[in-house]
Design a protein around this ligand. Structure first.
Ligand code: COI
Length: 454
């Protein structure tokens, strides 16, 4: 993970910081002294500024579904051009956020690594010419695949970076920064992966002898990455099996609590499977760990999962009897920067770089389908699509705890306008409530506060 040979002076991204308002070491010294540093106004002439001026165009699951359902060559190309303009716009906004960090935080090696990745991707994306033909689209898809692959190290790098910059950035700022960056990253990966998936669909329909002009029949259950009939029960069962396997690897021959599912068992909803699998996988893993670590019984109390389907939403409650959450940890449950993660700092920073360099850790940290071999015309089957994040969960080092699972799950839940809450019943157990917007008609949620726009 160490960015070998990285030199701030030579870095094109960081060179951007040396406008007329930020000359040389004097500014660097001043900014590293002052955690309250506020970025000076930016000159409107810079290319980045031009892109930061652009507003993002939010998407909803429903829009993506309608768009992808009636896929024609024109629509595919229209989708490519949406991604072509939208991705650099969204990255530009995040680069600007990063530039407002104190210099000492921005030059932290992990944060600088992410900054460089984003800057490089911004430059690459903004230079893609208008997509007019299928050949242009195939070339564009190659750029997307390469960037998706290169960005696999973003989450572990941010996770480590945020622990190291706390001398110059408050933990509240760190959390806001992380939430904004991670939400935006999910959004960009959704846009890129949806376009790649539609391109695959289009190519396979085109090469199929009886291909029609509309590449996808309306009754198909997948529209790109979106699975129209995610079954709550099936997802919970599959995640439970994966989490059980993970527990037996981590704890050896102990009694692992079973998962009992009740409520509205027929509930289905449109969603991106890897997103919901990440959340449910984390909740079940936490609950199982809580119960196992109590080690009170050879037949542990089951984890109860209730599915409740309402008019607009699906609520999934995960209840365990694992003794509840330690009072000392509770206030920091959703923090990337504060609390136990901070205490684990040394241990983690020794442990993580080794792990983060392995594909396992990267796959785990990145649940949005990182290990797909996306190439136009060679897409994964539907089964593989819905199993992607489970591969991530099961390939994760079983005893690895970065403390990022819950805050990450909340970001995933909130991204599609849902919510995640955890209630600890001290000495008894935990109830986690996941709410999902069932109709898919809510726009992606990108901002963490009014001033930090998408
Ligand atoms: C990321 O994964 O960090 C991204 O920015 C995605 C983008 C390269 C498509």
């Amino acid at each position: 993970m160490r960015v070998t040979g990285w030199a701030p002076v030579a870095s094109p991204g960081l060179l951007m910081l040396r406008g007329p308002h930020r000359k040389g070491n004097a500014v660097a010294a001043a900014t590293s002294r002052s955690p309250q540093y506020v970025a000076p106004p930016w000159r409107p002439s810079s290319i980045l500024d031009e892109w930061v001026q652009r507003e993002v165009r939010p998407i909803s699951l429903r829009q993506l579904t309608f768009f992808g359902r009636t896929l024609t060559q024109d629509r595919l190309i229209q989708g490519a051009n949406y991604a072509r303009l939208e991705l650099p716009t969204r990255i530009a906004h995040r680069l600007r956020n990063m530039q407002t960090l104190p210099y000492s935080a921005l030059k932290n090696r992990h944060i600088a690594h992410v900054y460089e990745l984003y800057y490089t991707a911004f430059e690459r994306f903004r230079k893609v010419p208008e997509v007019r033909t299928l050949e242009d689209n195939d070339k564009y898809c190659e750029v997307l695949v390469q960037c998706l692959q290169e960005h696999l190290s973003v989450i572990p790098s941010l996770g480590m970076g945020v622990l190291e910059i706390q001398d110059s950035v408050s933990s509240e700022e760190c959390d806001r920064f992380m939430t904004t960056l991670l939400r935006s990253r999910i959004s960009r990966r959704v846009i890129a992966e949806q376009h790649l998936a539609l391109t695959e669909t289009f190519h396979s329909a085109w090469h199929f002898p009886n291909a029609k002009k509309s590449a996808m029949a309306p009754e198909d259950d997948f529209v790109g990455e979106i699975f129209l009939k995610c079954s709550a029960k099936e997802i919970i069962e599959t995640c439970a099996a994966t989490a059980t396997e993970l527990m037996s690897k981590a704890y050896g021959p102990v009694a692992i609590p079973r998962v009992a599912i009740k409520g509205h068992l027929d509930t289905t909803f449109p969603y991106i499977p890897s997103h919901i699998e990440y959340i449910i996988g984390e909740l079940l893993r936490n609950s199982m760990q809580g119960v196992i670590e109590q080690r009170q019984s050879s037949s542990p109390k089951p984890i109860e999962v209730l599915i409740c389907e309402a008019a607009q939403s699906v609520i999934i409650r995960v209840s365990d009897q694992g003794g509840g959450i330690d009072r000392a940890i509770l206030p920091y449950l959703w923090s990337f920067a504060k609390g136990p993660r901070r205490n684990m700092r040394l241990q983690n920073l020794e442990q993580v770089p080794k792990l983060a360099g392995t594909m396992q850790e990267l796959r785990w940290a990145d649940s949005t389908g990182p290990d797909r071999s996306h190439s136009p015309g060679s897409g994964p089957s539907s089964g593989e699509k819905s199993g992607s994040s489970l591969t991530a969960l099961s390939s994760r080092p079983p005893d690895l705890r970065l403390g990022m699972g819950l805050p990450m799950s909340k970001i995933y839940a909130e991204y599609w306008a849902g919510s995640l809450e955890v209630h600890s019943l001290e000495g008894y157990g935990v109830d986690a409530f996941l709410q999902i917007s069932k109709l898919g008609n809510r726009n992606e949620v990108l901002s963490t506060r009014a001033t930090m726009d998408a």
